[in-house]
Design a protein around this ligand. Structure first.
Ligand SMILES: Cc1cc2nc3c(=O)[nH]c(=O)nc-3n(C[C@H](O)[C@H](O)[C@H](O)COP(=O)(O)OP(=O)(O)OC[C@H]3O[C@@H](n4cnc5c(N)ncnc54)[C@H](O)[C@@H]3O)c2cc1C
Length: 346
């Protein structure tokens, strides 16, 4: 029997989960990634001697299989559990020591992108970076992919980008089938919220009892603020590195604004006000990341008819990623990628 050829579009945690689940299957897996990094929104950057996670902050404890994978099955060297709590704040900036529901908050000394990196390392997948897939075609039961150049033919294709990007890819497939059209229109309806992340570096340390602050009434311009120095190995001793994630409405208003200086000033002022400390108005350096597709805007998983999904999967087309589960979380995207890989491997 010839080896089945699997193409995975996207090297985020869902794509890494698919590749990892297929590590012992008689298949060849090629992963195409648009950027030069693996991890997608589970991103780690390094600059000025700091390591920081400007997308996902940590993995929640909610899925025992994912926790097992991180702490037992994969190499556990450098795994960290952020022990300082997450506190809350409201529209008027009042900070309260809320219940921290995340009993464990898993990460890595080398940054959260270690998780997809370790999953890919254990798999036999070939990851092709800097290669955006722009067209998919289906002919004689085979899938052909194209991007900056023809990317080859495959028996199975797995799409893992956020739903709006997956919908664009689906629209390139010429496939005269009612099931396919129904699937496409369901995916097209899934929207994502943007988040501007602004990273602020300071040459002093602060003495506060929390790792992060989350806005619970969703009326503040800042949605989340965390201290990377609570993650061992990320920040030199005596310094402070804040990851400030702006609220989706605030971010949506500035998504086309290319002037990072204006954004940074606004964010540093809001940060100084929230933390009631003038020193935060003048960071040593900043980094701004505009996540146009940060989190799926869903209450529950999109309604994809199981029979329709089975039909599409029999044809060799699979969808995976956080939006498929209805929740923008690493453990959900990874769990979904693992299950998708297991279905392909059967
Ligand atoms: C600011 C922010 C904070 C967050 N905080 C947390 C948190 O603390 N804890 C948590 O659990 N989750 C958090 N999340 C959510 C979490 O990051 C995501 O749910 C998860 O990483 C999604 O993984 P994924 O593989 O489904 O998608 P992605 O990570 O988006 O991966 C998709 C990949 O596909 C690539 N791609 C897209 N289009 C193409 C194409 N045409 N061709 C080739 N490649 C393509 C992309 O570059 C990307 O690498 C946060 C997200 C953001 C943005």
């Amino acid at each position: 029997m010839s080896t089945r050829r699997i193409a995975v579009v996207g090297a985020g945690v869902a794509g890494a989960g698919v590749a990892y689940a297929l590590r012992n299957a008689p298949v060849s897996v090629t992963v195409f990634e648009r950027t030069d990094r693996i991890g997608g929104r589970a991103a780690t950057h390094t600059a000025h001697g700091y390591t920081y996670d400007p997308g996902a902050n940590y993995v929640k404890n909610d899925d025992p299989a994912v926790v097992d994978l991180i702490t037992e099955t994969l190499d556990a060297e450098g795994v960290i559990d952020i022990t300082d709590p997450v506190w809350t704040f409201t529209e008027d900036g009042t900070i309260t020591s809320g219940e921290d529901s995340d009993a464990h908050k898993w990460g890595y000394e080398r940054g959260i992108a270690e998780l997809p990196r370790r999953l890919f390392e254990e798999s036999d997948a070939t990851v092709v970076r800097n290669t955006a897939v722009t067209e998919i075609d289906r002919d004689d039961g085979e899938w052909s992919l194209a991007g900056p150049r023809p990317l080859g033919t495959f028996d199975v294709v797995v799409l893992t980008p956020p739903a709006p990007q997956t919908a664009s890819l689906l629209s390139t497939i010429e496939w005269d089938s009612d099931s396919y059209r129904a699937l496409h229109s369901t995916v097209e309806e899934v929207e994502y919220r943007p988040i501007h992340t602004v990273v602020l570096g300071y040459p002093f340390e602060i003495d506060v009892p929390y790792y992060a602050l989350v806005n619970t009434d969703r009326n503040h311009e800042i949605g989340w603020l965390s201290r990377e120095e609570c993650k061992p190995g990320h920040v030199p001793t005596g310094e402070c590195l804040l990851v400030v994630q702006m609220a989706p409405d605030w971010s949506a208003r500035r998504i086309d604004d290319s002037d990072e200086t204006v954004i940074d000033h606004e964010v540093t002022d809001l940060t100084a006000e929230l933390l009631d400390d003038e020193r935060f108005r003048a960071p040593d350096w900043t980094d701004t990341i505009a996540w146009s597709h940060a989190l799926p805007d869903l209450e529950g998983a999109p309604d994809i008819d199981p029979e329709l999904r089975q039909h599409i999967e029999r044809e060799g087309l699979f969808l995976a990623g956080d939006w498929v589960t209805g929740e923008g979380r690493i453990h959900r995207a990874l769990g979904n990628g693992l299950m998708t890989g297991q279905r392909i491997g059967r």
